[in-house]
Structures are given as structure tokens and as C-alpha cells.
Design a protein around this ligand. Structure first.
Ligand code: IMP
Ligand code: MG
Length: 205
């Protein structure tokens, strides 16, 4: 078979290094999986169907909050069977640390005008709720016809402001999680599941 090399064809030094490479180098720092890949995808299908039903006959504008929502946006939008447009906003609410600062800065604003639009804000996770609270106030001022929130994850009972979130994928305990768009110090966004880091993984940063 052209292009394929069996391990038995390699000399000893190459074979040793090939075997040393972990199956998935992203996973070395993960302590446990909180929400698995299949569970995530099943939930997105369910959310997509619900959104399709709720917005039937209308044209949606999905706004993803970067960077965390980029994976969710890509997967969820493909389960929404309606004509829609997408836009993104980039905000900073955290540095490399794992505690919220309460400060939200807009790093990239929208390309779209919101006036008269049905807007669904797509957020990876609601922790203190300060980011979404700030964004809702900001976006409401642009006079959309409707404005709702879809968050993949919501940490239970720690929101510092009352929030009305129409679509929530999963309520999770208030642990710091990574994967499926969520980062620690910009890493782990490309994990296909949501997990908790090993305590040692925080030490490297
Ligand atoms: P909030 O303003 O405290 O609700 O935080 C919202 C933002 O903080 C999210 O969009 C994430 O970028 C980040 N964040 C909050 N909790 C976590 C977490 O457990 N892992 C990774 N990022 C998080
Ligand atoms: Mg982050």
C-alpha cells in the first residue's frame, strides 16, 4: 500500500519515538470529562430544533461572543433550519486567570445593524453573569426587535445579577471547565468535550 508505513518497517529508534507519542496530546492535562462529545451534540440538536420552532417564519441574527462561542456557533447554527445571518463580538472579561474581573471590554464590535432584527446572543458559559448582563444592556440600546440568550453552560447559583437566559444547554457545578471553545490561558478550546483540568495544569501559566 503506497504511502503507508507499517510499524514493523521502521528502525528501532523511529519505532520508540512513535510509541512515545500520546494518542491525543490535548488530553494530558484533563482530570475528568464533565460533558462528553455525544452528550454535547445531542443537546445541540435539541436546542437547534427548539430555536427552529420558536423562530419559525422569522429571520435570525446569531451573535457569537468570541472567542469562547466559536465552536458552539458553528455546531448549533447547523441545527437551526431557518434563514439566518451570523455576526461576532469579541469581549474580554478574563485575563489568563480563572476568576472574573467584572470588567468587560469590547474588543471587536458587530458588523450588523441590530435595529428591527431578531437577535440571539450565543455565549459559551455564564459564570458570574456580568459579561452577558453587560452585553444585553449594550445590545438592547441598539433597538433589536427581539433579544434572547443561548448559553451552552450555566454554572449553578453563582450569578451576581438576575438574568433571563432563554436557552441553556447544561447547568454545571461552579468548577472551572475547559474545552468545546472554553480556554484556560488560551489553550484547550479545541477539545470536543467539556472537562476539568488537573490541578497541576494551572501551574504552568
Ligand atoms: P462571567 O462574566 O463571569 O459570566 O464570565 C463569562 C466569561 O468568562 C465566559 O464567556 C468565559 O469566557 C469565561 N469563563 C467563565 N467561566 C469559565 C470556565 O469555567 N472556563 C473557561 N472560561 C470561563
Ligand atoms: Mg476565556
Amino acid at each position: 500500500m503506497e504511502g503507508q508505513v507499517a510499524l514493523s518497517d521502521l528502525d528501532d529508534s523511529v519505532r520508540a519515538s512513535a510509541i512515545d507519542v500520546p494518542t491525543d496530546a490535548r488530553e494530558e492535562d484533563i482530570d475528568r470529562i464533565v460533558i462528553g462529545e455525544q452528550e454535547l451534540q445531542d443537546k445541540l440538536r435539541e436546542l437547534g430544533e427548539q430555536i427552529t420552532e420558536d423562530y419559525a417564519g422569522r429571520e435570525l441574527l446569531l451573535i457569537g461572543v468570541l472567542k469562547g462561542a466559536f465552536v458552539l456557533m458553528a455546531d448549533l447554527s447547523r441545527h437551526i433550519r431557518l434563514p439566518l445571518e451570523v455576526d461576532f463580538m469579541a469581549v474580554a472579561s478574563y485575563g489568563a486567570a480563572t476568576k472574573t474581573s467584572g470588567v468587560v471590554r469590547i474588543l471587536k464590535d458587530l458588523d450588523h445593524d441590530l435595529e428591527g432584527r431578531d437577535v440571539l446572543l450565543i455565549e459559551d458559559i455564564i459564570d458570574s453573569g456580568l459579561t452577558i448582563n453587560y452585553l444585553l444592556k449594550n445590545l438592547r440600546g441598539r433597538r433589536p426587535a427581539s433579544l434572547e440568550v443561548c448559553a451552552l453552560l450555566k454554572k449553578t447559583g453563582i450569578q451576581r445579577v438576575p438574568l433571563d437566559v432563554k436557552y441553556v444547554g447544561f447547568e454545571i457545578p461552579p468548577d472551572f471547565v475547559v474545552g468545546y471553545g472554553l480556554d484556560f490561558a488560551e489553550r484547550f478550546r479545541n477539545l470536543p468535550y467539556v472537562g476539568v483540568l488537573r490541578p497541576e495544569a494551572y501551574g504552568d501559566v
